[in-house]
Design a binder for this molecule. Structure first.
Ligand SMILES: Cc1cc2nc3c(=O)[nH]c(=O)nc-3n(C[C@H](O)[C@H](O)[C@H](O)COP(=O)(O)OP(=O)(O)OC[C@H]3O[C@@H](n4cnc5c(N)ncnc54)[C@H](O)[C@@H]3O)c2cc1C
Length: 548
């Protein structure tokens, strides 16, 4: 498009918008990781998704949904409670596109059982691409998908909701879920006095015939326009999981009273509420007193999605940085041709290659967990380690990507500022960093044999890679003994790095060698680019990250 010229100057040397691209075709590390983990046959459909989500129209929807944040309408003009949240049409569009692609349900069959095949890997590729465009709306999408795992503890309820969760329609109407074309689910665990320590929940559940009445509060309850929530509350038997719909079976509105919406650093297209339950109607999910055991099935899947989304955010940051560097000239030379910038970008590309390989390897374990015990053990032990490492690396990575764009990276019109503000939340929710480390320790102490087998497997897969043997030896001893908690972050990080090297080895052995040399053998400074990469390696990494 030609634009009217300025009277004072010409606009020169600005990179064109990074839109109308195929997010899949241009991302070789993603396509290779998907193929290596069983998702190769989905290439064409993933490419179609990549073109759609890489369009200028989707980028515009992402901008609008974040600039026009959700509004709480607690009361109507006459003072009656309304308890609705209004979203910009762009948010609804994003929800509809994600639902249409099955991001909220494609890993489940209509009976609520895992779809099998490479459903997790293929969905993860879509989730990864969508996260690089707009992440906030993925909150209800991930919770809906994950809720099925917890609802499995209540088969009669699961059978009723699956026909509605199982459609690819997005239906934002505020009516009872059984009357809808599609539905979303959220979760309420965190209270003012504790989010990690949910045993401290004060919210009470009192029996009311076959159902319960819930009284209390939740301090964070995201996506408040979901059609139902899985909520923890104290029943007589102890902490229990409940299904709390927005409407009672008689069609009246449930006593779910939103107090206000959080004013958040990022994640602004998504609403996160403070809420009170004033005797809200709910039914039990799973055994009374076993609420944590029930809801942890859901949390395991949202943790997986946190890692996928953080990987997608970093990929988007890298692609924008590389695109900019190929168009922006400084001192008569494109930034992408300046040796120092090349090194920074190549080092970042290596991080993303390893991250996407690791995340897809994790998703393969989810695909195979029901039929293969060793894959199930990989899934259980490594989900918290991978969530820890991937999610916690995202803010620093996105800061560096932003800096590659110079001042343009720092302003809100660009996508980098939004990605940067979004990035810390995946490490904080669904189990913060230390909690993930403690989870790894707990899993290791409960299942020492399975843990030893996983470490042996990783040792075999990384045999011969620089630094791998020392890392294996460190991990083997660090998790033992009374002091393991003190060194847990160090050990969990090394475990994730080792798993990343192993996963990358199955996708691209040359990159695995480089990753191990720079990350396992300790040959890396504290910043991206503070590393000695050979020219050929730099060229290869950058060509794979974004073909010219
Ligand atoms: C945007 C947003 C949306 C959210 N949406 C939801 C939602 O929909 N539903 C919901 O239930 N919750 C939600 N949460 C809440 C979130 O899950 C909690 O904030 C999180 O679990 C941490 O709990 P907390 O805030 O109470 O912090 P705390 O539990 O007080 O933890 C504070 C810090 O202490 C660390 N820590 C905890 N225990 C230990 C230990 N034993 N040793 C060492 N360190 C420890 C943690 O890692 C953390 O860094 C949301 C949060 C955010 C930011």
């Amino acid at each position: 498009m030609t634009r009217a010229p300025f009277a004072t100057h010409e606009v020169l040397n600005q990179s064109p918008p990074f839109v109308d691209v195929d997010l899949y075709e241009m991302d070789h590390p993603l396509a290779d990781a998907v193929a290596a983990n069983g998702g190769g046959p989905a290439h064409n459909e993933l490419s179609e998704f990549g073109r759609h989500w890489g369009s200028a129209a989707m980028a515009e929807r992402a901008r609008l949904a974040n600039e026009n944040t959700p509004k709480l309408r607690a009361f109507d003009s006459r003072g009656y409670r309304r308890d609705e949240v209004e979203f910009h049409p762009a948010y609804h569009e994003l929800m509809a596109r994600s639902a249409h692609a099955g991001l909220h349900n494609s890993t489940w069959g209509l009976d609520g059982r895992p779809s099998g095949g490479a459903a997790e890997v293929v969905r993860a590729a879509r989730f990864y691409m969508a996260a690089g465009v707009e992440t906030g709306h993925l909150c209800p999408i991930t919770m809906t998908r994950a809720s099925v795992a917890a609802l499995a503890a209540q088969p009669d309820l699961l059978a009723k909701v699956m026909p509605v969760i199982g459609t690819r329609a997005y239906d934002p109407s505020f009516v009872p879920w059984p009357a809808k074309r599609g539905m979303t689910l959220g979760m309420g665990m965190t209270e003012k006095q504790g989010g990690t320590d949910v045993r401290s929940n004060l919210t009470r559940a009192n029996r009311d015939g076959d159902a319960y009445r819930i009284t209390g509060h939740k301090w964070f309850m995201s996506a408040p326009m979901c059609d139902a929530f899985l909520v923890l509350a104290q029943a007589d038997e102890g902490l229990t999981c409940f299904f709390m719909p927005r409407f009672l079976p008689d069609g009246s509105v449930n006593a779910i009273e939103f107090q206000r919406l959080k004013d958040k650093l990022g994640n602004r297209s998504n609403a996160s509420s403070e809420v009170e339950f004033a005797g809200a109607y709910a039914t039990r999910v799973g055994e009374a007193g076993k609420g944590i055991r029930t809801i942890i099935q859901m949390v395991q899947l949202t943790r997986q999605d946190c890692a996928i989304a953080s990987a997608g955010l970093m990929r988007s940051g890298l692609a924008h940085a590389l695109h900019h560097a190929r168009h922006r000239s400084v001192f008569q030379k494109h930034l992408a041709d300046q040796p120092l910038m090349q090194c920074v970008l190549a080092d970042m590309a290596l991080h993303v290659e390893a991250t996407v390989a690791l995340v897809m390897r994790l998703c393969r374990s989810f695909d195979r967990a029901t039929s293969d015990q060793s894959e199930a053990a990989y899934m259980r032990h490594l989900t918290p380690a991978i969530k820890y490492w991937v999610c916690k690396s995202a803010p620093g990575f996105l800061y560096e990507a932003m800096e590659c764009l110079g001042g343009n990276g720092y302003v809100e019109e660009g996508v980098l500022a939004r990605h940067y503000r979004e990035s810390p939340v995946n490490a904080i929710w669904e189990g913060s960093g230390n909690v993930m480390c403690l989870d790894v320790l707990r899993a290791l102490s409960r299942e020492a044999e399975a843990a030893a087998a996983i470490l042996r497997g990783l040792a075999n897969e990384t045999a011969g890679l620089p630094g791998a043997a020392d890392v294996v030896a460190f991990i083997a001893t660090a998790f033992r003994g009374p002091d393991s908690e003190r060194v847990a972050r160090m050990a969990v990080e090394k475990l994730a790095l080792l798993a990343a090297a192993a996963a990358l080895g199955q996708v691209s052995p040359g990159q695995a060698e480089l990753f191990a040399l720079t990350r396992l053998a300790g040959n890396h400074g504290s910043m991206y680019g503070a590393v000695d990469l050979a020219r050929d390696d730099i060229t290869r990494l950058l060509a794979r990250a974004l073909p010219n």
